[in-house]
Design a protein. Structure first.
Length: 100
């Protein structure tokens, strides 16, 4: 394993740790300010469902591209799916927070 690969692996693990720490800290602060109510749970479940629907559409698009002859390798496809899923979750969360 080269030094570049070790650096990328450490950055990925640091980002995962930072995301989990942010999630834990945000929920702790929301609970302290009584923000974890029914509205929060409704918005959370709706945004997760919307994110999975968006991800499913992207998976279908990638399969169609593969059938049409586009050469796709596993790492970029997984990266695209992960990015679309997380962005769909974030944008749908903002949307439902404004809508409800």
């Amino acid at each position: 394993m080269s030094l570049d690969q070790v650096g990328v692996l450490l950055i990925i693990l640091l980002c995962v740790f930072g995301g989990l720490l942010g999630l834990w800290w945000g929920r702790k602060q929301a609970a302290r300010q009584r923000g974890l109510d029914e509205r929060f749970h409704i918005i959370s479940s709706k945004s997760q469902a919307a994110a999975w629907k968006i991800t499913l559409v992207v998976i279908y698009i990638l399969f169609i591209m593969m059938v049409c002859g586009v050469k796709l390798s596993a790492a970029p496809v997984l990266g695209i799916v992960l990015l679309v899923h997380m962005a769909g979750w974030a944008f749908s969360n903002v949307y439902y927070n404004i809508k409800l």
